[in-house]
Design a protein around this ligand. Structure first.
Ligand code: CA
Length: 226
């Protein structure tokens, strides 16, 4: 499957050059000129990696990275900073803010692609599509298989995402709104009630004799615990 890369760069000549390099190397490329565009691309398309220019209008790349690292649904997206400056300080700031790597302009296309591939490889093994277990639930992200008390359970795509989210964020209360952002994405206009519908379906599917996995916290949202 092709990886999608978001390229955030305000200088069109550089952006076009990099976009060309990326698509020639087999990536799907999203482009953003401004921080606002970047955030809406991220919310809509959930890219696998972000190339972030250091100097942008309105907001510096660093501020964007800080913001991305604060949000649950974006905090694990690998980010490579593109910097025109070679000062050591800028690199340190970038890495401290949460960038995973940086590359100094001008760079060779070959070097850029190598950095991207190594970071994607690292990210893939980290989230390693590991099998997740909680209580009597086993979720295998590789083949979308879920078993509860040893029986196979078939889930719709949203229920699967919800369950995976809960399994990786156990014992924490999430509001309907937070669940909407994490599962449906930020730019979707879905009513909060929709969350309840999918939670209900998920509850039915993973119903277990021994445990009530998803609890409603009145006025706050939902919590998963095994
Ligand atoms: Ca720039």
């Amino acid at each position: 499957m092709k990886s999608t890369i978001l390229l955030v760069e305000d200088e069109s000549s550089i952006r076009e050059m990099i976009a060309y390099t990326l698509s020639k190397s087999g990536f799907d490329v999203l482009q953003a000129e401004t921080p606002t565009e970047a955030f809406s691309q991220i919310a809509d398309h959930n890219p696998q990696l972000i190339l972030m220019d250091w100097m942008l209008p309105d907001q510096s790349g660093i501020e964007i990275i800080r913001r991305l690292r604060r949000e649950n649904y974006t905090k694990n997206i690998p980010i490579i900073m593109l910097t025109a400056k070679s000062e050591e300080n800028d690199k340190v700031w970038g890495l401290e803010a949460g960038a995973d790597d940086y590359i100094t302009k001008p760079f060779s296309p070959k070097e850029l692609i190598a950095r991207i591939q190594s970071l994607l490889r690292r990210a893939n093994t980290e989230v390693a599509d590991k099998v997740i277990k909680a209580g009597n639930i086993i979720l295998d992200p590789n083949n979308h298989k879920v078993t509860v008390d040893g029986r196979n359970v078939s889930l719709g795509p949203k229920e699967f995402k919800l369950l995976k989210f809960f399994l990786t964020h156990q014992n924490k209360v999430f509001s309907r709104n937070q669940l909407l952002d994490s599962i449906w994405g930020q730019n979707t206009y879905v009513e909060e009630r929709t969350v309840d519908v999918h939670i209900l379906r998920l509850r039915k599917s993973i119903k277990s004799e021994s445990t009530n996995y998803i609890q409603t916290i009145r006025g706050a949202g939902y919590i998963f615990s095994a």
